[in-house]
Write a protein that binds this ligand. Structure first.
Ligand code: HDL
Ligand code: ZN
Length: 416
């Protein structure tokens, strides 16, 4: 028995967290066959939409003027304003520096040209291997949208599997803008009308089956507004009930609902212009209770939804909550949410995903989260040791493997 005493506990937990190979259950990364859809390098890091929102706190140029700049010019402006004229301690700015430091670059030099030279000497493929190695991420789940013309072309003509990149079928356009996309399905050969009649519903199910199969999708996903309601007299609710949930059951895959994103509150900021709102936990309760043979992965965007979501997860074994999503992916909130979840759910949760849009971000998003989750876990284990519980090192490693990978795969495979 390799019993861990309080003195050794921190070392054992930190080492186990450092060693665990992560399944990143939600990202916007792409395997190399998707070409330029995969973003990487220092200029992409600097123009990540989180930093775009922050730079506009300081600059008064028209939004359009910024969007007409080259990527390099945008990065130059962001570097000047957010890193040189102001200290870069926001999480998005700090993340850029964590990546550069992780790559062995001298962050103290503030030499953006040197950083650019470093990346200019890399190919995407070799850099991809380096990032997966440095971040100790085993595999990432992509966000795969068949309504994206560039992405659809790759799936239909040139897709090349890479085991590090797993597919998830993203269906926002189908659920949130049916009135605008039904004609696309019709163009693609599905016998649909705007009216959700029997034939249309069967053809939407065929569309979902064909893409879930083509992608070997491990779940279907959708981002939903704070106003999301179910049941509801809407095309979204009809398609969820008649098409999405039945096909998810057929494929035995979860539906991942990401609830609370308020789109384009400031359209001038484009992707950086989204905000959030508190959503209805009753909707999550209703779906878990009334569809016991469906599996739901849920993450909610509002801090105010987190406690009730953790409680609802205690009620339904077909619900797996995941990640500190988007505006919650900050140290203070990751700490608060992780403590709440570990206290209410024990090991049965997926504490984090990266949501990385730029490959390099795997380095910082996971370095930052590993630190915080390790500190919370240490506290929880210490509480146990202080009341006489005996902990073995392999039990600590078992728990951590579940939190960072196995809980996800067990839930995806779970038969209800
Ligand atoms: O809908 C989503 O998957 C969100 O994560 C959005 O992509 C958002 O823009 C984002 O990148 N958040 O981190
Ligand atoms: Zn996302």
């Amino acid at each position: 028995m390799n019993i861990v005493g309080v003195k050794k506990l921190k070392t054992v937990v930190d080492k186990a967290i450092a060693d665990v190979e992560i399944t990143d259950v939600h990202t916007h990364l792409y395997a190399s066959c998707f070409g330029d859809m995969l973003l990487w390098g220092v200029d992409e890091l600097l123009t990540y939409h989180y930093l775009v929102a922050e730079v506009f706190r300081w600059v008064d140029i028209p939004y359009q003027q910024f969007w007409e700049m080259s990527k390099r010019e945008q990065a130059d402006l962001i570097w000047k304003v957010l890193f040189l004229e102001n200290s870069p301690y926001s999480e998005a700015c700090r993340g850029v520096l964590t990546v550069l430091n992780g790559l062995g670059l001298d962050v103290g030099s503030r030499d953006l040209s040197a950083y650019r030279r470093y990346f200019s000497e890399k190919t995407m493929e070799e850099y991809m291997d380096q990032v997966f190695e440095l971040s100790r991420v085993k595999e990432v789940v992509m966000t795969n949208d068949p309504f994206d013309d560039n992405e659809r072309k790759v799936w239909l003509e040139s897709y090349k599997a890479d085991p590090r990149f797993i597919a998830a079928l993203r269906i926002d356009p189908l659920l949130n803008t049916w009135d605008q996309v039904w004609m696309k399905l019709k163009d693609w050969g599905y016998h649909v009308e705007e009216d959700l009649n029997g034939t249309t519903l069967e053809e939407i199910r065929r569309f979902l089956r064909e893409w879930a199969d083509r992608m070997q999708a491990v779940y279907m996903a959708v981002s939903l507004p704070p106003t999301f309601a179910f049941p509801e007299n809407s095309s979204r609710a009809v398609i969820i009930e008649e098409c999405v949930l039945p096909v998810c059951r057929e494929f035995n895959i979860p539906l991942a609902m990401m609830i609370g994103a308020k789109k384009r509150v400031n359209p001038g900021l484009e992707l950086a212009g989204d905000s959030l709102g508190k959503s209805s936990i009753e909707t999550v309760e209703y779906m878990c209770a009334n569809y016991p043979y469906n599996k739901f992965m849920v993450t909610m965007l509002s801090r105010e939804n987190q406690h009730e979501l953790s409680v609802v997860a205690r009620k339904f074994r077909n619900l797996m909550i995941f990640g500190c999503w988007w505006f919650l992916n900050n140290p203070s909130l990751i700490d608060e949410m992780t403590r709440m979840r570990f206290e209410l759910l024990g090991v049965s949760v997926i504490p984090q995903h990266s949501d990385a849009r730029v490959l390099d971000q795997l380095i910082y998003k996971w370095a930052h989260s590993r630190r915080i989750i390790a500190d919370v876990l240490f506290d929880k284990y210490k509480d146990l040791l202080e009341i006489g519980w005996k902990l073995e090192e392999n039990e600590i490693r078992r728990d951590i493997e579940k939190l960072f990978s196995q809980n996800f795969w067990d839930f995806v495979k779970k038969k209800l």
